[in-house]
Design a protein around this ligand. Structure first.
Ligand code: FES
Length: 157
């Protein structure tokens, strides 16, 4: 990890106002923000650890735990909720054996629930990585996820 951190730090001066971009680059490099990395960032930008941890937990774009190879995001906005998103959510949790915010043991999937993603006409909707799947029902959802288990690109249903 030290090498990865040093390669990120090499492009910065180590000043306070670089905190967020440094955290972003560290996350990009390592995949998430382990505690050890945040401590190193704190020393580098000369910002107290408590502030670094505070920023990392405040912004949804920062992840404090390792994430899966595929990110499954289910919309739980009003339109999706009304059209059965909760049944789809139960199916996703059942198939992946995770709760919201967790990553599967094999590190293949991370499951998140999000607010409206602007595709209400297709409700209920989920995305897996950059692909969008609409008009979901529990069975179809299971089949879609299974295509990602078999094929890294998935999505052919
Ligand atoms: S409420 Fe789900 S896409 Fe808008």
């Amino acid at each position: 990890m030290e090498e990865q951190l040093n390669s990120v730090f090499a492009s910065y001066k180590g000043s306070k106002n670089e905190l967020i971009p440094v955290l972003q680059d560290v996350q990009e490099e390592i995949g998430y923000l382990p505690e050890e990395a945040m401590r190193a960032v704190s020393r580098f930008v000369k910002v107290p650890e408590s502030k670094v941890f505070g920023v990392a937990t405040f912004y949804a774009r920062f992840h404090l735990k390792p994430r899966g190879e595929h990110i499954v995001r289910l919309c739980c906005g009003t339109a999706c909720h009304v059209r059965g998103a909760m049944k789809v959510a139960d199916k996703v949790k059942d198939v992946l054996k995770v709760e919201v915010g967790e990553t599967t043991e094999d590190k293949k999937f991370t499951y998140e629930e999000v607010a409206c993603i602007g595709a209400c006409g297709l409700a209920p909707v989920m995305t897996i990585d950059d692909k969008t799947f609409g008009k979901l029902d529990p069975d179809r959802t299971k089949s879609i996820i299974e295509t990602f288990v078999e094929e890294p690109e998935g999505g052919q249903v």
